[in-house]
Design a protein around this ligand. Structure first.
Ligand code: TPP
Ligand SMILES: C=C(O[C@H]1C=C[C@H](C(=O)CCC(=O)O)[C@@H](C(=O)O)[C@@H]1O)C(=O)O
Ligand code: MG
Length: 580
């Protein structure tokens, strides 16, 4: 068999097995050494390829697509810094448990570490930020090697999606000639064969005696909170609200918990906690005996203070497969169980638990006062807060909201109040980067789901390259660009008092006319200066096809003043209304 045939069959069997194991999408960035991977992916009948030139954008695009679909997405690139440009998105994927199958082409072994062009050390290039790494063999199409390459394909998808999801990396050395020959007979191998997918994973449930022991501990206390941090299971809301209703407990729901939106009951959900837990007096007043947290740590820093100040509270953190996501350092029992099953077991075993009667009402009263302010507070000019509040009220049902980091995610935390609309809320909170946000949101939009992205101006600048995908694939997306000409979040931090260095080191205004960027990528551009104009522009954007950017110009200092006044008003009203 000629080398070309070995190459062709080896790659065809690999790609066919990826498809058999459920992979449907690959993001390809152009290169020569990656030709065998790229052409075979493009040739495969069921795999959709997305061509994105900039590898950093491509990897974030794949991340967003995988977040939206909860299925592994493959990435293909050439050797050298192309592969290195994947790194930021791989870090985010690892930290936020998103399945990616990273396929890097490489020079063959004789061209490594000898000054050959475009050759870097790609062995374990991403270190511990991938769940599994394989240096693949040189292409060979013996029966044993076809079985080997299929097993690795299936294992890659299974490992990426299984357990706590995350990225895996396969590095492929290729020797020239690189172009496969798709005229070979039986190219995709035995089509009738089953996938090599190696495992059948059972649902993790807690042994009954351990559930009884947890219930036993809870029988000794009176005041608890159920917390749901960032997580993607849209079924969890029903289970958590059932448990909270039975035990008459508050649910502190993070904006990325998928619990604030949906058709489950909302009467136990507390969404204003970030505002009133800023007051240490209220944090003290709401001292819990126990905390049960599902999902990652919430966005809210005041919530982190709340946990910090209650080291003696019994804390349970429920994780699907493992992990130690508890940054405060409190003594914590990690419960590795399917979260919905865990709720069901607590409901079945803990039906007669009775907690403090007025505890929930106190939380509800504070939340009610907070929500009233959040809906009433207004002003002539738009601030980032009022802009986000208007956005949330205008979001289409059955859509996704992708949230940028920095102030965008904090304003969504403040203003995304419970709704019966089905809104899937996504963000890159694994590493809280301001990079790749446009690309990530466009990856989510690639599924055809209506996507709205809200982000700041530096985040928008940071990933302008990402806009090309919207032009290239005519992807529908509405982007609310909150332009305060710099890093607004720093004005809330101690750095704000460093007047001498602040603007240069932290404010970092870019002074750009972003309309020109929108024009460059063929998008619709709107500008809004008040809530009425903003609502009109948003509604128009949802009728437009392709890229629509709605820009709101705000002022960083005014934003700070507006937020601080809001928090002060909330505190004043709560102090007058809530029984001490
Ligand atoms: C890749 C990356 N670089 C730097 C940071 C640090 N950082 C966090 S927020 C921020 C400023 C963000 O500005 P913008 O996107 O305009 O949002 P705003 O704070 O104005 O709402 C920076 C630089 C980061 N999180 N990620
Ligand atoms: C800019 C960075 O991230 C910092 C941004 C805000 C956090 C913060 O303190 C927010 C306060 C609030 O929500 O009221 C800060 C933190 O978590 O300590 C982040 O580090 C950065 O580059 O780190
Ligand atoms: Mg900004």
């Amino acid at each position: 068999m000629e080398y070309k045939e070995h190459l062709t069959r080896y790659m065809a069997n690999f790609v066919d097995e990826l498809a058999k194991t459920g992979l449907t999408d690959v993001v390809i960035s152009p290169g020569s050494r990656s030709t065998p991977l790229a052409m075979t992916m493009a040739e495969h009948p069921t795999i959709k390829e997305w061509i994105i030139l900039d590898e950093r954008s491509a990897a974030f695009f794949g991340l967003g697509l995988a977040k939206q679909t909860k299925r592994a997405v493959a990435l293909v690139c050439s050797s050298g810094t192309a592969a290195a440009n994947y790194f930021p998105a791989i870090v985010e994927a690892y930290q936020s448990r998103v399945p990616l199958v990273v396929l890097t082409a490489d020079r063959p072994h004789e061209l490594r570490d000898v000054g050959a062009p475009q050759a870097i050390d790609q062995i374990k290039l991403y270190g511990d930020y991938v769940k599994w790494f394989q240096e693949m063999s040189m292409p060979e199409a013996t029966p044993a090697m076809l079985a080997y390459v299929r097993k690795n394909a299936a294992r890659a998808v299974q490992t990426a999606q299984g357990d706590n999801a995350g990225p895996v990396h396969l590095n492929f050395p290729f020797r020239e000639p690189l172009i496969p020959d798709f005229t070979v007979e039986n190219l995709w191998g035995e089509t009738t064969e089953e996938s090599y997918a190696p495992v059948i994973e059972g649902q993790r449930v807690i042994p009954e005696n351990m559930i009884c022991s947890i219930i036993g501990n809870l029988q000794l206390v009176k005041r608890g909170v159920i917390v749901c941090g960032p997580q993607v299971d849209e079924e969890l809301g029903q289970a958590i609200t059932k448990l909270a209703a039975l035990w008459k407990l508050p649910i502190l729901a993070d904006p990325l918990s998928q619990v604030r939106a949906g058709n489950h009951p909302k009467n136990h959900i507390i969404e204003g906690y970030d505002a009133f837990l800023r007051n240490k007096h209220y944090r003290k007043k709401l001292k819990p005996d126990f905390i049960i947290r599902f999902g990652a740590m919430p966005v809210s820093k005041p919530y982190l203070f709340y946990v910090q100040e209650n080291q003696d509270a019994k804390q349970y953190v429920v994780e699907n497969h493992g992990g130690h996501r508890e940054p405060v350092g409190n003594r914590t029992e990690f419960i590795y169980s399917d979260p919905v099953s865990f709720c069901t077991q607590l409901i079945e075993q803990g039906g007669d638990l009775k907690f403090s009667s007025n505890w929930l009402q106190t939380w509800k009263n504070m939340n009610h006062i907070t929500k009233k302010h959040l809906t009433d507070v207004s002003g002539e000019a738009l601030t980032e807060g009022s802009a986000v509040r208007k956005l949330i009220s205008t979001l289409p049902n059955e859509s996704s909201l992708y949230v940028g980091n920095s102030m965008a995610v904090r304003d969504v935390d403040t203003f995304f109040l419970t709704t019966s609309k089905n809104i899937y809320v996504l963000a890159n909170r694994g590493a809280n980067g301001i990079d790749g946000i446009i690309s990530s949101a466009l990856g989510a939009a690639a599924t055809g789901t209506p996507v709205t992205l809200v982000l700041g101006d530096l985040s928008f600048f940071h990933d302008l390259n990402g806009l090309l995908a919207s032009k290239h694939y005519q992807l529908n997306i509405t982007i609310l660009l909150i332009n305060n000409n710099g890093g607004g979040i720093f004005s809330f931090l101690p750095q704000a008092s460093e007047r001498k260095h602040f603007e240069a080191l932290f404010g970092t205004p870019v002074n750009l006319d972003f309309k020109q960027a929108v024009d460059l990528y063929g998008g619709y551009y709107h500008k809004a200066s008040n809530e009425m104009e903003l609502e009109k522009a948003l509604r128009e954007s949802y009728q437009e096809s392709g890229l629509s950017v709605v820009e709101v110009i705000t002022n960083r200092e005014e934003n700070v003043t507006w937020h601080r006044n809001l928090w002060a008003d909330i505190n004043n009203d709560i102090s007058k209304s809530v029984v001490e």
